[in-house]
Write a protein that binds this ligand. Sequence first.
Ligand code: NAD
Length: 354
Amino acid sequence: MQATIAILPGDGIGAEVTREAVKVLRAVETKFGHRFDLPEALIGGAGLDAENDPFPQQTAAICADAAAVLLGAVGGPKWDNVPTESRPEKGLLRLRAALNVFANLRPVAPHPILSGASPIRAELLKGVDIMVVRELTGGIYFGEKSRTQDSATDVCTYTRGEIERVLHIAAKLAAGRRNKVTSVDKSNVLETSRLWREVTTELMQRDYPGMELEHLLVDAAAMHLLSRPADFDVLVTENMFGDILTDEASMLAGSMGMLPSASLNDGSVGLYEPIHGSAPDIAGRNIANPCGTVLSAAMLLRLSLGLDEEAAAIEDAVNRVLSDGLRTGDIARAGESAIGTAEFGSAIAAAVAA
Ligand code: NAD
């Protein structure tokens, strides 16, 4: 297969972790006889510095021509004081809008060997395999905003259509897993959540009658994620709740650096990125964990290019490298030695090639 994948390293550790994912994609290319064109483009602070734009036109053009986009991370203290409209994060929001990716998938399936790296007790982590589906382009992050000296508003809006399209993605994923959907809202207080619950109940009864449906309030869900994480299959929720719950869920896997994500639209073009940010505290030191980005590349191969075997080869390679005892600093326990980002990425690439 020949495919173009746009590579957007972004800022901070973004460049370090995408470099490793590219190494792994090159290993897949050689092993399976594909040809990947991997044009690089600027986004976030890197775009601001070079082009005075966090989502430069050339980047938009490269992404528009690509089968999928792999991104590192954006942002950092250097750009903390630039005006809201040109902040690095705005570049990411514009990219998501350009690709119209409305569903963000975040799998949380902790590797058993890393259970000691999680603050949650090992026996609670047994069998945990959650797919969080977060609505990505609606809700309070995108609503009207206002600000005076002494008051501020952020409007939260959802439409039936926005809720239905993300629910279909969640239910279809559940159909290929354990056939259970947990929908998270705050319907005891919020009108948008009451609509969310009503639409969810109707749609699931109508289109997925045999599927188990559970409703949870977001405050209870935050607790259940830690007290009974193995009970969840697909968890679907609105934008802000998903943002918060996925960071919480990442701790089941031991480190933010382990988790990948995919952002999808109605078609096959997707945006793939680790769930972490640009980690300025560790940037440039070759100590970031590249697994989240490498596993995002695996999701890309599976979901945008239909390359299941190749995706599984990457996931197996990550598992093997972890089973062999290799660790980056964030997942090394006391007494375990850690290797660098580049060395870890090379080990994964070598395991793919083997
Ligand atoms: P962060 O995710 O960058 O870092 C949180 C903590 O996790 C830090 O201690 C960091 O060192 C650690 N960490 C993150 N990724 C890691 C990895 N791969 N390996 C090892 N340790 C890792 O969140 P933050 O510090 O709140 O934000 C830093 C910047 O990133 C901010 O400018 C923020 O706006 C931006 N951000 C960007 C995205 C994105 O690009 N999608 C997401 C979140 C935050």
